[in-house]
Write a protein that binds this ligand. Structure first.
Ligand SMILES: Nc1nc2c(ncn2[C@@H]2O[C@H](COP(=O)(O)OP(=O)(O)O)[C@@H](O)[C@H]2O)c(=O)[nH]1
Ligand SMILES: [Mg+2]
Length: 253
């Protein structure tokens, strides 16, 4: 049986990337549905999304009135996915830094696990076309998240993920206050501490094809503050019976 799967793509000024990405996702032949969460992008990404949705019943669009941040875009997308009965929920960036070709191995991870992460920091993974500044930022955030919060995944700030719906029903995304990378760290912390099983498969992350990054310069500061807050707060109550474990699994050989 094919599980209903949706790919959430938050967008802000991704007009040039969206149509090629949707086409690429369909070419995987996994029957993926796509939810674009657009924040009233000035470049008309929302119109592009509407246009695609008009002729393609697998494309859905959520419009938000302004730039409200990546974190709440994920949360809005998760709510939509649960409401509409999707069983697997993928998140990815619109800019081709998350290559769709990794989706089959990412989806395969949640046969046995609850959250699959497309990971830059397991054997076979990596980053391409990043300057030392971005590398250092990402490395630092992951080092702190792993050592200070005890997160077992090697890539805690990866936005390329596949969740089983059960995870999102248990871990209330609305409770997450952090945004950007910090949202991803906090989500992972909640998932791991709820006893869900996390696994990683390698991806090579490439810098965006077109358009500009929206990640702000104070992202590392916000990540540090989030880690401090989580260190001093109680993990969410364990609501299920899974044993926490992280198995870096290479399914992309
Ligand atoms: N809806 C929405 N999407 C956003 C926002 N900020 C970034 N994005 C999208 O989130 C994804 C990752 O952002 P990006 O700027 O590429 O971050 P980077 O890859 O870390 O440089 C892209 O698809 C962006 O268009 C936002 O405030 N709202
Ligand atoms: Mg990007």
């Amino acid at each position: 049986m094919i599980l209903k799967t949706i790919t959430i793509i938050p967008t802000y000024n991704e007009a040039e990337n969206l149509a090629p990405l949707v086409e690429n996702l369909h070419s995987l032949d996994l029957g993926l549905h796509i939810l674009v969460v657009d924040d009233n992008s000035p470049d008309g990404t929302g119109d592009v999304a509407d246009h695609l949705a008009q002729t393609d019943e697998r494309v859905h669009v959520l419009h938000r009135p302004g730039k409200l941040g990546l974190g709440t875009a994920y949360t809005a997308g998760f709510a939509y996915a649960l409401e509409h009965g999707y069983e697997r929920i993928i998140t990815m960036d619109a800019d081709f830094s998350h290559n769709p070709r990794y989706i089959p191995s990412l989806v395969a991870l949640v046969d046995e696990h609850d959250l699959g992460i497309g990971s830059r920091y397991v054997p076979g993974g990596g980053v391409r076309l990043w300057g030392w500044h971005r590398r250092a930022l990402s490395y630092g955030a992951n080092l702190f998240a792993r050592t200070l919060l005890g997160l077992q995944a090697h890539d805690c700030t990866a936005g390329f993920r596949c969740y089983r719906a059960d995870v999102l029903r248990t871990v209330d995304p609305h409770a997450i206050r952090a945004d950007g990378y910090s949202y991803l760290i906090e989500m992972l912390w909640r998932v791991q501490n709820s006893g869900f099983r996390v696994a990683e498969s390698p991806i090579v992350f490439t810098d965006r094809r077109r358009g500009a990054s929206k990640i702000s310069r104070n992202e590392i500061f916000k990540a540090a503050m989030t880690i401090l807050r989580l260190m001093t707060s109680k993990p969410p109550a364990v609501l299920n019976t899974h044993q926490p474990s992280t198995h870096p699994a290479s399914t992309d050989s």
